[in-house]
Design a protein around this ligand. Sequence first.
Ligand SMILES: N[C@@H](CCC(=O)N[C@@H](CS)C(=O)NCC(=O)O)C(=O)O
Length: 254
Amino acid sequence: MPPTAYKTRSPRPLPATPRLHNHKPETTAAMATAGEVTCVDFWANGFGMRARIALRELGVAFHYVEEDLRVRERSELVRRMNPVHRSVPILIHDGRPVCGSVNILEYIDEVWGKKTTGGPRLLPHDPLHRAHARFWADFVDQKVFSTQTKFLKSKGEEKEVAKVELLDQLKHLEEVLGDKTFFAGDEFGFLDAVLIPFSSMFHGYEQHGGFSLETECPNLMRWVRTCKERESVKSILPDEDEMYELHKKWYGIE
Ligand SMILES: N[C@@H](CCC(=O)N[C@@H](CS)C(=O)NCC(=O)O)C(=O)O
């Protein structure tokens, strides 16, 4: 079910001054048609990093509003724009919200991706490749994310089981990537944007599990390094130590 606020014909305007503007709208001609774009997110939210990376990849200027997830209560803006889940990221385009990170990526691609002019776009042109990209994106959300949570939350035998499961899932992705530069080939795209935020926890995985991802998944680690050369990724991914420290607090890891 779409968020009810989406159905509102005349949404209430956003606060005149969002609380934090990390990404000042740029003013090139290519960006003039973007309209008013705001991304509400928390700096360490892997789901939201996807949206922010995609906006940067497609050169869409946007305002950034930080929603501090360390605080229990959700802001009025989040409750109003995503009343169903009260989660971030939320992309607000000309006052109307789009929720759910994968849904947001598809929206960004439909609105700002260059389908016909050969410019940057996220989803592959070929329908079968598009279906594969969506399949593996779902795998990341349904499998990798929940295994990551289990791995970080658990101790002893349960943690060992989750570790094996997580490595197994990462090896699946390693295989899907193969020796390609990016998941869809030579161009950074949808599945790259979906997965690369998880790499900010790879260091945490290694610390927590006592393994080396360079040894276990060399292709994936090469891909991480290549992605991190991109301005879009470099500017959005947080420091890996800070990420792990935050997760340690969240999950009570000693
Ligand atoms: N499936 C959603 C998941 C978003 C989500 O779960 N966001 C969490 C942070 S990881 C959130 O905002 N939680 C609200 C809260 O903690 O109060 C997406 O892809 O956007």
